[in-house]
Design a binder for this molecule. Structure first.
Ligand code: N01
Length: 516
């Protein structure tokens, strides 16, 4: 047996291969099953399912969208204990979905994608995993999520530090923070949640702020037993409540995308929160943002500002000059000795896919295709990459509503695409480049009038200052755009049937295997 045919014998053929078992992967799996497609596999690089809600376990980790909306519309949970669920409760909800819909047998844990290569002859993706398994999949679903690759800062001496370091999305619970001198770098959505939790435990906390964020009150509370039992007994009540939440958040799109000047009302709320949390005017001054509210993600917290008034907490707003073996040196020359550095420095949201991972038609690397900025039709389809469907792809993130709404909408579109492919007798569907270009031209034009283009630097923008992450409007308009799969926007293809052409594909799979 030649090497190529041995590889072929070990290849598992599936209709759909899903990368990631977070909300995107779970939703896709459920909807595939409901559509009668059972031959699919989910690859999960982590040790357990859940994606971001498995990876992020930092103290205080919680969702900043209300739980009754941050859950699937088809799987309401009447038992949420808080308005804004904690990480553990969300992860338990995900596990409940996986078990209830019988998804476990489809999921391969600790098994990421090393490389996926489009094979023209087979009209299929040849995928090699990090554990060396090989798959051939007609359709590839990229459900890795935009916030799965932690970003570490490019600070001089970064590697010299001899103490403990970790990123907020890789929290080391074995490291005892009690009494330690801890530096936290970053004041984004993650840091404002864990700083109040660790501040009472550490000896000294030095919080390095580069840009002061807008922080507004978080209307959180426990959901009473009576409310929960009402939701259980009268599901319609919960549905109405969910709809109210949805439209309330949807209205925020008016501020962010239509009338950015209305953000001043949000700034008033932010100043009120700051004033009630920080009595010291000098500290308050340093915590006052200098950009329009909403330009960076709006943060919600009631305990962040009070935590900064503790005697053992220092807010440091001078830039970082370098990191040494045991300290952080500020630009003003001050040296702060620390035992540990926690990076709350966010994610590579504008570069969600590493180089050499997804290779499309004619050997084109997706990162080369996106070298001037990630773009896709509806954030889902990329020309040159047939039968590849992104969930939460370019320009489908939200600054105002629940991303689970977007995921459900995208999965609906995917199922429509698969139906169209089957009904039309196609083996491949690829978005037309002209359609993709025109779609993205309009998206960028609309984004230029939003609050996100008002001048601040945020993870929404790539290195060229282009917003490749957010949807520039109402989610309901995205819903309308994805209701029907329009075949006219795509090019359909069929695989040649001659056996000799099919046999000639072993080399490509071998090259993918080598990359693993
Ligand atoms: O990351 P961020 P995050 N030197 O990018 C600073 C989602 N999320 O993990 O603002 C010094 O927001 C950086 O400073 P600046 C949510 O979508 C959701 O907190 O760039 N500082 C910033 O302060 C969120 O938006 C929930 O000047 C440096 C911080 O690091 C997204 O995840 C909860 C630096 C990064 O903040 C990311 O949030 C948590 C450097 N070299 C997260 N580099 C929910 O509740 C970066 N920074 C759903």
């Amino acid at each position: 047996m030649t090497h190529a045919t041995a590889a072929a014998a070990a290849t598992t053929e599936v209709d759909v291969l899903i990368v990631g078992s977070g909300f995107g992967g779970i939703c896709t799996s459920i909807k595939l099953k409901q559509a009668g497609i059972d031959n699919f596999v989910v690859l999960e690089q982590d040790k357990d399912i859940g994606g971001t809600w498995y990876a992020n376990t930092y103290p205080g980790c919680a969702c900043d969208v209300q739980s009754h909306l941050y859950s699937f519309s088809f799987e309401p949970n009447p038992n949420w204990t808080h308005m804004f669920a904690r990480q553990r409760e969300i992860w338990n909800y995900q596990r409940h979905c996986v078990d209830k819909y019988g998804l476990r047998p489809h999921i391969r844990l600790s098994c990421g994608v090393a490389q996926a290569v489009w094979n023209e002859q087979r009209c299929a993706w040849l995928v090699v995993t990090t554990t060396g398994e090989a798959y051939q999949a007609r359709t590839l679903v990229a459900a890795m999520g935009p916030l799965s690759r932690p970003a570490l800062p490019n600070i001089r001496g970064f590697d010299k530090f001899r103490g403990k370091t970790f990123h907020s999305a890789r929290w080391d619970h074995d490291y005892d923070l009690d009494g330690k001198r801890v530096a936290v770098i970053g004041t984004g959505a993650s840091a404002i949640q864990f700083v109040p939790e660790i501040a009472p435990r550490v000896g000294r906390l030095s919080l390095f702020q580069r840009t002061a964020p807008w922080v507004v009150p978080r209307p959180d509370r426990r959901i009473s037993r009576i409310e929960r039992s009402t939701f259980r007994r009268f599901p319609l009540v919960q549905r109405i409540y969910r709809n109210l939440l949805y439209w309330r958040l949807e209205a925020r799109a008016i501020v962010f995308t239509q009338l950015p000047r209305l953000a001043r009302a949000v700034e008033w709320l932010g100043r009120y929160n700051l004033k009630r949390g920080i009595p010291d005017p000098e500290l308050r001054q340093r915590l006052t943002p200098d950009f329009p509210a909403g330009c960076k993600r709006l943060l919600l917290s009631d305990n962040y500002y009070p935590a900064l008034t503790r005697r053992n907490v220092d807010l440091i707003t001078n830039g970082i000059s370098e990191i040494t073996a045991d300290a952080i040196v500020c630009e003003d020359g001050r040296t702060i000795e620390v035992d540990a550095i926690i990076y709350g420095t966010g994610f590579n949201a504008t570069a969600p896919v590493p180089a050499n991972m997804i290779i499309g038609r004619e050997g084109l690397d997706l990162t080369d295709r996106w070298q001037h900025g990630a773009e896709a039709f509806l954030g889902i389809s990329v020309s040159g990459f047939p039968n590849l469907y992104f969930l939460m792809g370019p320009n489908t993130g939200l600054g105002h509503n629940s991303v689970l709404f977007m995921i459900e909408t995208q999965v609906h579109y995917l199922i429509e695409a698969l139906r169209t492919m089957q009904d039309g007798g196609f083996d491949s569907l690829e978005i037309r480049r002209d359609v993709e270009l025109e779609f993205n031209r309009k998206i960028q034009q609309r984004l230029s009038h939003t609050v996100w283009a008002s001048g601040c630097k945020s993870w929404y923008l790539d290195a060229n200052g282009r917003n490749t992450t957010l949807w520039p409007g109402f989610t309901v308009s995205y819903w309308a755009a994805t209701r029907r799969f329009r075949l006219a926007s795509y090019v359909g293809g069929t695989a040649p049937r001659e056996p000799e052409r099919i046999a000639a594909t072993g080399d490509e799979r071998d090259s993918a295997r080598e990359a693993a």
